[in-house]
Design a protein around this ligand. Structure first.
Ligand code: FE2
Length: 235
């Protein structure tokens, strides 16, 4: 077991992204069935989807408390310890997003081109949380189609340039990793790396995004309810 962590830790440091599997059991079964219901548009009372970008919509009013399994699956899969093993320090959940993505018109496609969630380019203000968040993302698969949901430039978090142009030009030299939708696997990624969300091949694709940060950065989130709930359930 320890060896796997050492391998993951190296990969997280040098590549900025690792793949992991959820712990199987009743909580995972519940999590999957809740997400399938959301995917199929059967939402609980008082919840709804709200358009964010042209081809995406987010579950409102909040995602973390839609069902207990949304946070329970993190505990079941030992994510708190896994984050410490991967990054070397304790991270806390700050926010959960449940987002539905629809296919884009390829001619008009512009949803989230290559970017870093946090960047500081010459002559510009800093953009995004500092230090950058770590995210756990699950792209649940409910059919037989292969969706490639995210392109990620391996190791690009270790090489930020002074201007946006220079920064994007180096994309040619990185190996690109593609995150596929899956039944039981998820990714943990460093959001300071260059990445790019991709539209689904099928009619729609759900993504569940958990944002993690160190305790000293939790004030980035105006609403602490997801954090409070995460901590309560750690005890
Ligand atoms: Fe991003």
């Amino acid at each position: 077991m320890k060896k796997i962590y050492i391998k993951d830790k190296l990969q997280q440091y040098y590549h900025g992204i690792t793949e992991h599997n959820f712990h199987h059991g009743p909580v995972f079964e519940k999590y999957r069935s809740v997400l399938k219901q959301i995917h199929d548009g059967h939402l609980k009372e008082d919840y709804f989807f709200k358009k964010k970008y042209e081809t995406t919509e987010d579950l409102r009013p909040t995602a973390y408390n839609y069902d207990d399994s949304i946070i329970d699956i993190l505990n079941q899969s030992n994510i708190h310890q896994k984050m410490i093993d991967l990054f070397g320090y304790e991270l806390f959940l700050g926010h959960v997003q449940i987002r539905m993505c629809y296919p884009a018109n390829p001619l008009e496609f512009s949803y989230m081109p290559w970017h870093r969630d946090t960047y500081l380019y010459e002559g510009q203000e800093i953009s995004g949380p500092m230090p950058p968040m770590k995210k756990l993302i699950y792209y649940p698969r409910f059919d037989n189609k292969d969706n490639w949901n995210l392109a990620f430039a391996l190791g690009s978090h270790l090489s930020m340039k002074f201007t946006k142009q220079e920064d994007l030009e180096q994309l040619e030299s990185f190996k690109i990793y593609y995150a596929q939708s899956s039944i039981n696997s998820f990714i943990i990624l460093n959001t300071e790396a260059l990445h790019h969300a991709l539209p689904p091949e099928n009619e729609k694709q759900l993504r569940i995004v958990y944002s993690f940060c160190p305790i000293g950065q939790i004030d980035w989130f105006e609403n602490k309810s997801a954090y409070n709930e995460y901590v309560r359930r750690l005890e």
